[in-house]
Design a protein around this ligand. Structure first.
Ligand code: GDP
Length: 299
Protein backbone atom coordinates (compact mmCIF):
# COMPACT_ATOMS: atom_id res chain seq x y z
CA UNK A 1 0.00 0.00 0.00
CA UNK A 2 2.72 2.50 0.87
CA UNK A 3 4.48 1.89 -2.44
CA UNK A 4 1.20 2.23 -4.34
CA UNK A 5 0.34 5.39 -2.45
CA UNK A 6 3.73 7.00 -3.06
CA UNK A 7 3.84 5.64 -6.60
CA UNK A 8 0.56 7.30 -7.46
CA UNK A 9 1.43 10.51 -5.62
CA UNK A 10 1.79 12.50 -8.82
CA UNK A 11 -1.48 11.31 -10.32
CA UNK A 12 -3.17 11.99 -7.03
CA UNK A 13 -1.66 15.41 -6.48
CA UNK A 14 -2.58 16.63 -9.96
CA UNK A 15 -6.15 15.54 -9.31
CA UNK A 16 -6.48 16.76 -5.75
CA UNK A 17 -4.77 20.10 -6.32
CA UNK A 18 -7.25 20.73 -9.10
CA UNK A 19 -10.18 19.66 -6.95
CA UNK A 20 -9.08 21.71 -3.94
CA UNK A 21 -8.64 24.79 -6.12
CA UNK A 22 -12.19 24.46 -7.39
CA UNK A 23 -13.96 23.59 -4.18
CA UNK A 24 -12.47 25.81 -1.54
CA UNK A 25 -15.60 27.27 0.04
CA UNK A 26 -17.59 27.17 -3.14
CA UNK A 27 -21.00 26.04 -4.13
CA UNK A 28 -21.43 23.26 -6.61
CA UNK A 29 -22.72 25.08 -9.66
CA UNK A 30 -22.47 24.68 -13.42
CA UNK A 31 -19.10 26.46 -13.53
CA UNK A 32 -17.46 24.36 -10.79
CA UNK A 33 -18.78 21.17 -12.36
CA UNK A 34 -17.32 22.22 -15.69
CA UNK A 35 -13.94 22.93 -14.08
CA UNK A 36 -14.03 19.62 -12.26
CA UNK A 37 -14.78 17.75 -15.48
CA UNK A 38 -11.71 19.36 -17.08
CA UNK A 39 -9.46 18.28 -14.19
CA UNK A 40 -10.73 14.71 -14.44
CA UNK A 41 -10.27 14.57 -18.20
CA UNK A 42 -6.76 16.00 -17.93
CA UNK A 43 -5.91 13.21 -15.50
CA UNK A 44 -6.71 10.74 -18.32
CA UNK A 45 -9.69 9.19 -16.54
CA UNK A 46 -11.65 9.19 -19.77
CA UNK A 47 -14.66 11.24 -20.80
CA UNK A 48 -17.28 8.71 -19.67
CA UNK A 49 -15.96 8.37 -16.15
CA UNK A 50 -15.38 12.12 -15.85
CA UNK A 51 -18.96 12.79 -16.90
CA UNK A 52 -20.38 10.16 -14.59
CA UNK A 53 -18.60 11.70 -11.61
CA UNK A 54 -19.85 15.19 -12.39
CA UNK A 55 -23.35 13.84 -13.06
CA UNK A 56 -23.40 12.10 -9.68
CA UNK A 57 -22.41 15.35 -7.99
CA UNK A 58 -24.91 17.37 -10.00
CA UNK A 59 -27.72 15.00 -9.07
CA UNK A 60 -26.91 14.82 -5.35
CA UNK A 61 -25.35 18.14 -4.44
CA UNK A 62 -26.22 20.83 -6.97
CA UNK A 63 -26.34 24.37 -5.54
CA UNK A 64 -25.03 23.20 -2.15
CA UNK A 65 -21.70 23.90 -0.51
CA UNK A 66 -19.38 20.99 -0.87
CA UNK A 67 -15.88 20.34 0.46
CA UNK A 68 -13.01 18.96 -1.58
CA UNK A 69 -12.97 15.89 0.72
CA UNK A 70 -16.54 15.11 -0.30
CA UNK A 71 -15.69 15.50 -3.97
CA UNK A 72 -12.67 13.22 -3.55
CA UNK A 73 -14.83 10.62 -1.83
CA UNK A 74 -17.20 10.60 -4.83
CA UNK A 75 -14.19 10.35 -7.14
CA UNK A 76 -12.78 7.37 -5.22
CA UNK A 77 -16.14 5.60 -5.15
CA UNK A 78 -16.72 6.04 -8.89
CA UNK A 79 -13.19 4.97 -9.81
CA UNK A 80 -13.50 1.89 -7.64
CA UNK A 81 -16.84 1.06 -9.23
CA UNK A 82 -15.30 1.17 -12.71
CA UNK A 83 -12.22 -0.84 -11.76
CA UNK A 84 -13.55 -3.47 -9.36
CA UNK A 85 -15.06 -5.87 -11.93
CA UNK A 86 -11.72 -5.94 -13.78
CA UNK A 87 -9.35 -6.50 -10.87
CA UNK A 88 -8.74 -10.17 -11.53
CA UNK A 89 -5.68 -12.07 -10.30
CA UNK A 90 -3.58 -13.96 -12.83
CA UNK A 91 -4.27 -17.63 -12.26
CA UNK A 92 -1.81 -20.32 -13.19
CA UNK A 93 -3.47 -23.64 -14.00
CA UNK A 94 -1.57 -26.30 -12.02
CA UNK A 95 -2.78 -29.06 -14.35
CA UNK A 96 -0.88 -27.53 -17.25
CA UNK A 97 2.75 -28.51 -17.37
CA UNK A 98 3.58 -25.89 -18.31
CA UNK A 99 1.04 -23.09 -18.14
CA UNK A 100 2.26 -20.90 -21.01
CA UNK A 101 2.27 -17.13 -20.51
CA UNK A 102 2.94 -15.05 -23.62
CA UNK A 103 3.96 -11.49 -22.80
CA UNK A 104 3.30 -8.88 -25.49
CA UNK A 105 3.56 -5.10 -25.67
CA UNK A 106 5.37 -2.24 -27.34
CA UNK A 107 9.13 -2.16 -26.76
CA UNK A 108 10.00 -0.20 -23.68
CA UNK A 109 6.66 -0.72 -21.94
CA UNK A 110 8.24 -3.11 -19.44
CA UNK A 111 7.79 -6.65 -20.81
CA UNK A 112 11.16 -7.99 -19.74
CA UNK A 113 11.04 -6.30 -16.33
CA UNK A 114 7.51 -7.57 -15.70
CA UNK A 115 8.58 -11.10 -16.68
CA UNK A 116 11.44 -10.85 -14.18
CA UNK A 117 9.18 -9.64 -11.37
CA UNK A 118 6.50 -12.20 -12.19
CA UNK A 119 9.00 -15.07 -12.25
CA UNK A 120 10.26 -13.98 -8.86
CA UNK A 121 6.73 -14.07 -7.48
CA UNK A 122 5.93 -17.45 -9.02
CA UNK A 123 9.24 -18.94 -7.89
CA UNK A 124 8.59 -17.71 -4.35
CA UNK A 125 5.21 -19.46 -4.52
CA UNK A 126 7.03 -22.71 -5.23
CA UNK A 127 6.44 -22.91 -8.96
CA UNK A 128 9.19 -23.94 -11.33
CA UNK A 129 9.52 -21.34 -14.04
CA UNK A 130 11.26 -21.34 -17.41
CA UNK A 131 11.80 -18.21 -19.49
CA UNK A 132 12.02 -17.87 -23.26
CA UNK A 133 13.82 -14.88 -24.84
CA UNK A 134 11.39 -14.52 -27.74
CA UNK A 135 12.38 -10.92 -28.47
CA UNK A 136 15.10 -12.17 -30.77
CA UNK A 137 15.55 -8.80 -32.48
CA UNK A 138 17.21 -6.94 -29.67
CA UNK A 139 20.41 -8.37 -28.20
CA UNK A 140 19.82 -6.17 -25.14
CA UNK A 141 16.43 -7.79 -24.50
CA UNK A 142 18.00 -11.25 -24.55
CA UNK A 143 20.74 -10.10 -22.12
CA UNK A 144 18.18 -8.48 -19.82
CA UNK A 145 16.10 -11.63 -19.65
CA UNK A 146 19.22 -13.67 -18.87
CA UNK A 147 20.00 -11.32 -16.00
CA UNK A 148 16.47 -11.70 -14.60
CA UNK A 149 16.63 -15.48 -15.04
CA UNK A 150 19.89 -15.58 -13.10
CA UNK A 151 18.41 -13.42 -10.36
CA UNK A 152 15.37 -15.62 -9.80
CA UNK A 153 17.01 -18.95 -10.64
CA UNK A 154 14.93 -19.66 -13.76
CA UNK A 155 16.54 -21.15 -16.88
CA UNK A 156 16.37 -18.91 -19.95
CA UNK A 157 15.95 -20.47 -23.38
CA UNK A 158 17.58 -18.13 -25.90
CA UNK A 159 19.27 -18.04 -29.27
CA UNK A 160 21.49 -15.58 -31.04
CA UNK A 161 19.91 -12.25 -32.09
CA UNK A 162 18.00 -12.54 -35.36
CA UNK A 163 16.89 -16.16 -34.79
CA UNK A 164 13.32 -17.20 -35.59
CA UNK A 165 11.18 -16.40 -32.53
CA UNK A 166 8.52 -19.01 -33.28
CA UNK A 167 11.09 -21.79 -33.63
CA UNK A 168 12.59 -20.74 -30.33
CA UNK A 169 9.19 -20.69 -28.60
CA UNK A 170 8.44 -24.15 -29.97
CA UNK A 171 11.70 -25.55 -28.58
CA UNK A 172 11.21 -23.79 -25.25
CA UNK A 173 7.76 -25.34 -24.84
CA UNK A 174 9.13 -28.77 -25.69
CA UNK A 175 11.89 -28.42 -23.13
CA UNK A 176 9.52 -27.06 -20.47
CA UNK A 177 7.19 -30.04 -21.03
CA UNK A 178 10.08 -32.51 -20.93
CA UNK A 179 11.23 -31.01 -17.64
CA UNK A 180 7.71 -30.86 -16.18
CA UNK A 181 7.91 -27.11 -15.54
CA UNK A 182 4.89 -25.35 -14.03
CA UNK A 183 5.16 -22.14 -16.02
CA UNK A 184 6.80 -21.06 -19.27
CA UNK A 185 6.93 -17.29 -19.78
CA UNK A 186 7.70 -16.11 -23.31
CA UNK A 187 9.02 -12.63 -24.04
CA UNK A 188 8.22 -11.18 -27.48
CA UNK A 189 9.32 -8.34 -29.75
CA UNK A 190 7.06 -5.29 -29.76
CA UNK A 191 7.86 -3.31 -32.86
CA UNK A 192 4.72 -1.38 -33.47
CA UNK A 193 6.29 0.36 -36.49
CA UNK A 194 5.38 -2.57 -38.68
CA UNK A 195 1.98 -3.90 -37.70
CA UNK A 196 1.87 -6.56 -40.43
CA UNK A 197 5.20 -8.04 -39.33
CA UNK A 198 4.21 -7.91 -35.68
CA UNK A 199 0.96 -9.69 -36.46
CA UNK A 200 2.73 -12.32 -38.56
CA UNK A 201 5.32 -13.04 -35.90
CA UNK A 202 2.93 -13.22 -32.94
CA UNK A 203 0.53 -15.29 -35.02
CA UNK A 204 3.30 -17.73 -35.88
CA UNK A 205 4.38 -18.06 -32.24
CA UNK A 206 0.82 -18.86 -31.21
CA UNK A 207 0.43 -21.37 -34.05
CA UNK A 208 3.57 -23.34 -33.20
CA UNK A 209 2.71 -23.41 -29.49
CA UNK A 210 -0.68 -24.93 -30.36
CA UNK A 211 1.02 -27.77 -32.23
CA UNK A 212 2.15 -29.07 -28.85
CA UNK A 213 -0.72 -27.84 -26.68
CA UNK A 214 -3.92 -26.73 -28.44
CA UNK A 215 -4.79 -24.53 -25.44
CA UNK A 216 -1.48 -22.67 -25.37
CA UNK A 217 -0.81 -19.86 -24.71
CA UNK A 218 -2.97 -20.06 -21.61
CA UNK A 219 -2.43 -16.40 -20.78
CA UNK A 220 -1.52 -13.50 -23.06
CA UNK A 221 -0.41 -10.55 -20.97
CA UNK A 222 -0.16 -7.07 -22.45
CA UNK A 223 2.16 -4.61 -20.74
CA UNK A 224 1.14 -0.96 -20.94
CA UNK A 225 3.29 1.98 -19.90
CA UNK A 226 1.20 4.40 -17.80
CA UNK A 227 3.44 7.33 -18.76
CA UNK A 228 2.26 7.09 -22.37
CA UNK A 229 -1.27 8.12 -21.38
CA UNK A 230 -3.77 7.94 -24.22
CA UNK A 231 -1.40 5.90 -26.47
CA UNK A 232 -2.04 2.96 -24.20
CA UNK A 233 -5.63 2.86 -25.46
CA UNK A 234 -4.43 2.29 -29.05
CA UNK A 235 -2.04 -0.39 -27.90
CA UNK A 236 -4.82 -2.38 -26.23
CA UNK A 237 -6.76 -2.15 -29.47
CA UNK A 238 -3.89 -3.31 -31.68
CA UNK A 239 -2.53 -6.10 -29.48
CA UNK A 240 -6.06 -7.23 -28.75
CA UNK A 241 -6.53 -7.87 -32.48
CA UNK A 242 -3.07 -9.29 -33.07
CA UNK A 243 -2.49 -11.46 -30.04
CA UNK A 244 -5.80 -12.15 -28.29
CA UNK A 245 -4.83 -10.45 -25.04
CA UNK A 246 -6.29 -12.11 -21.93
CA UNK A 247 -5.08 -9.65 -19.30
CA UNK A 248 -3.22 -6.41 -18.63
CA UNK A 249 -0.25 -5.25 -16.62
CA UNK A 250 0.05 -1.47 -16.24
CA UNK A 251 3.69 -0.52 -15.62
CA UNK A 252 5.43 2.66 -14.44
CA UNK A 253 2.57 3.92 -12.29
CA UNK A 254 5.28 5.35 -10.08
CA UNK A 255 6.32 8.82 -11.12
CA UNK A 256 3.54 9.63 -13.59
CA UNK A 257 0.59 11.99 -13.32
CA UNK A 258 -1.26 9.88 -15.88
CA UNK A 259 -2.29 6.90 -13.75
CA UNK A 260 -5.93 7.74 -14.47
CA UNK A 261 -5.49 6.08 -17.87
CA UNK A 262 -6.06 2.74 -16.17
CA UNK A 263 -9.63 3.82 -15.42
CA UNK A 264 -10.23 4.78 -19.07
CA UNK A 265 -8.81 1.43 -20.22
CA UNK A 266 -10.92 -0.57 -17.78
CA UNK A 267 -14.07 1.28 -18.81
CA UNK A 268 -13.41 0.85 -22.52
CA UNK A 269 -11.98 -2.67 -22.87
CA UNK A 270 -13.23 -4.54 -19.81
CA UNK A 271 -10.14 -6.75 -19.81
CA UNK A 272 -8.82 -8.28 -16.58
CA UNK A 273 -6.15 -6.12 -14.95
CA UNK A 274 -3.76 -8.46 -13.20
CA UNK A 275 -0.85 -6.39 -11.94
CA UNK A 276 0.56 -2.91 -11.70
CA UNK A 277 4.25 -1.97 -11.84
CA UNK A 278 5.35 0.59 -9.28
CA UNK A 279 9.13 0.60 -9.78
CA UNK A 280 12.06 -1.13 -11.44
CA UNK A 281 12.88 -3.50 -8.59
CA UNK A 282 12.09 -7.19 -8.26
CA UNK A 283 9.33 -6.55 -5.67
CA UNK A 284 7.72 -3.67 -7.55
CA UNK A 285 4.88 -5.66 -9.10
CA UNK A 286 1.62 -5.58 -7.15
CA UNK A 287 -1.56 -7.57 -7.71
CA UNK A 288 -4.12 -5.04 -8.86
CA UNK A 289 -6.55 -3.93 -6.14
CA UNK A 290 -9.35 -1.60 -7.25
CA UNK A 291 -10.15 -0.09 -3.83
CA UNK A 292 -6.49 0.64 -3.03
CA UNK A 293 -5.93 2.16 -6.45
CA UNK A 294 -9.02 4.36 -6.17
CA UNK A 295 -8.01 5.53 -2.69
CA UNK A 296 -4.45 6.21 -3.82
CA UNK A 297 -5.45 8.41 -6.74
CA UNK A 298 -8.22 10.29 -4.95
CA UNK A 299 -5.73 11.38 -2.27
P1 GDP B 1 10.49 -4.02 -22.78
O1 GDP B 1 11.25 -3.37 -23.89
O2 GDP B 1 9.02 -3.97 -23.00
O3 GDP B 1 10.97 -5.39 -22.44
O4 GDP B 1 10.74 -3.08 -21.50
P2 GDP B 1 11.77 -3.25 -20.30
O5 GDP B 1 11.31 -4.31 -19.37
O6 GDP B 1 13.14 -3.36 -20.84
O7 GDP B 1 11.57 -1.88 -19.54
C1 GDP B 1 11.92 -0.64 -20.11
C2 GDP B 1 12.39 0.30 -19.00
O8 GDP B 1 11.30 0.58 -18.12
C3 GDP B 1 13.48 -0.29 -18.12
O9 GDP B 1 14.40 0.74 -17.81
C4 GDP B 1 12.76 -0.74 -16.86
O10 GDP B 1 13.58 -0.73 -15.72
C5 GDP B 1 11.65 0.30 -16.77
N1 GDP B 1 10.46 -0.20 -16.05
C6 GDP B 1 9.72 -1.31 -16.27
N2 GDP B 1 8.67 -1.38 -15.41
C7 GDP B 1 8.73 -0.29 -14.61
C8 GDP B 1 7.91 0.23 -13.54
O11 GDP B 1 6.89 -0.32 -13.09
N3 GDP B 1 8.32 1.43 -12.98
C9 GDP B 1 9.43 2.10 -13.42
N4 GDP B 1 9.74 3.25 -12.84
N5 GDP B 1 10.20 1.65 -14.43
C10 GDP B 1 9.87 0.47 -15.03
Amino acid sequence: WSKLKSGLARTSSSLTTGITAIFTKRKLDAATLEELEDVLIQADLGLDTAMRITETLRRDRFDKEISDEEVRAVLAAEVEKVLAPHAVPLTIDPTKKPHVVLVVGVNGTGKTTTIGKLSAELTRAGRSVMLCAGDTFRAAAIDQLRIWGGRVGAPVIAREPGADAAGLAFDALKQARDEGRDVLIIDTAGRLQNKAELMAELGKIVRVLKKQDPEAPHSVLLTLDATTGQNALNQVEIFGQVAGVTGLVMTKLDGTARGGILVAIAAKFKLPIHYIGVGEGIDDLEPFDAADFAKAIAG
